[in-house]
Design a protein around this ligand. Structure first.
Ligand code: MN
Length: 255
C-alpha cells in the first residue's frame, strides 16, 4: 500500500474516531492536506462521518472544486477547510465539528473555554469566538463560501482552535493524529469544565500559560501513537504505525 493510500485509510479512521467520541454526529467533518500537492486537500463526500468509506474520499482545490474522482455531493461547508489551508501552510489537517459540550462556550462570554486538564492543553488559553453575523449579517450560520471561510480563518489566525458562535468550532493540526487528539480532548475538556464551573463558579484553576507551553513542548509522537492505536482498536479500523519522532513540533520525550 502506498503512503497516500494509507493516509486515506487514516482519514477514514479519523472520521470514525471523531464519531466514536461524539465530536461529530451525522454532521461535522475532517480533512487532510494532500502531502503530494499542498494546494489540494482530501475530504469525504457529504456523508455522516461514522459511515465514511475510502471511496468517499474526494480531492478538492482550496476553492472547493472537485479534482478527479467524484463520488457525489460535497459538504456545503468545505470552504472552511480550503480557506484554512490557504491561510495556514503549517496546517496539515482540519476538523470542523458541532461538539456538543463545546457549543455552550460559543454563545456566551462569561465562562471562557480554558484547558483544565493536561491532556487538553493543546487547545491553548487563547481561543477566539468567530461570529458569522459580524461580517455577513443574518445567515443560516453555515460557512458556504470562500469569503466566509476566509473570515473564519482570519479569526483563527495562528491558533489551534476557533469557536464558531451558535455552531461549533474548527480545530487544526500538523497531522491527522494531532487534530483528532486535540478535537477529542477539547470535547472532554468542555464536559469537565462545565462541571467544574457548576461546582466552583468562578473559583476554578485552569492550566496557566506556562503549563500549556510546557505541555506542548513535551508532547511526543508517542502520545499520538498511543491514542491512535487504541482508537483504531475501538473503531475496528486498521492501525498503520508511524514513527514516534514525527519531526518539528513533535519532540520525542521517551528514551
Ligand atoms: Mn457546521
Amino acid at each position: 500500500m502506498t503512503d497516500l493510500a494509507k493516509l486515506k485509510e487514516d482519514l477514514v479512521t479519523a472520521n470514525r474516531v471523531l464519531a466514536y467520541h461524539h465530536v461529530v454526529d451525522s454532521f461535522g467533518h475532517v480533512s487532510m492536506r494532500n502531502p503530494e500537492n499542498p494546494n489540494h486537500f482530501f475530504l469525504s463526500r457529504a456523508r455522516a462521518p461514522n459511515c465514511v468509506e475510502v471511496n468517499d474520499i474526494t480531492e478538492f482545490t482550496f476553492g472547493g472544486d472537485i479534482v478527479g474522482h467524484n463520488p457525489g455531493k460535497p459538504y456545503s461547508e468545505r470552504f472552511i477547510h480550503g480557506a484554512i489551508y490557504e491561510a495556514r501552510p503549517d496546517v496539515m489537517a482540519v476538523v470542523h465539528n458541532h461538539s456538543p459540550n463545546v457549543v455552550p462556550f460559543t454563545v456566551q462570554s462569561k465562562k471562557k473555554m480554558r484547558p483544565i486538564m493536561h491532556m487538553c492543553a493543546p487547545i491553548g488559553n487563547d481561543i477566539p469566538t468567530w461570529d458569522i453575523a459580524h461580517k455577513f449579517g443574518t445567515t443560516n450560520l453555515l460557512v458556504t463560501s470562500m469569503e466566509m471561510g476566509r473570515d473564519l480563518a482570519e479569526s483563527l489566525a495562528h491558533r489551534t482552535v476557533a469557536l464558531m458562535r451558535g455552531h461549533g468550532s474548527v480545530v487544526v493540526g500538523k497531522s491527522l493524529r494531532e487534530v483528532v487528539f486535540t478535537s477529542v480532548y477539547m470535547e472532554i475538556n468542555a464536559d469537565m469544565l462545565i462541571k467544574a464551573y457548576q461546582l466552583g463558579g468562578d473559583d476554578i484553576l485552569p492550566m496557566t500559560d506556562g503549563e500549556v507551553s510546557a505541555n506542548a513542548g513535551g508532547r511526543a509522537g508517542f502520545t499520538f501513537e498511543r491514542g491512535w492505536e487504541n482508537w483504531c482498536r475501538l473503531t475496528d479500523r486498521p492501525y498503520y504505525a508511524e514513527e514516534w519522532n514525527m519531526g518539528p513540533g513533535f519532540s520525542k520525550t521517551d528514551k
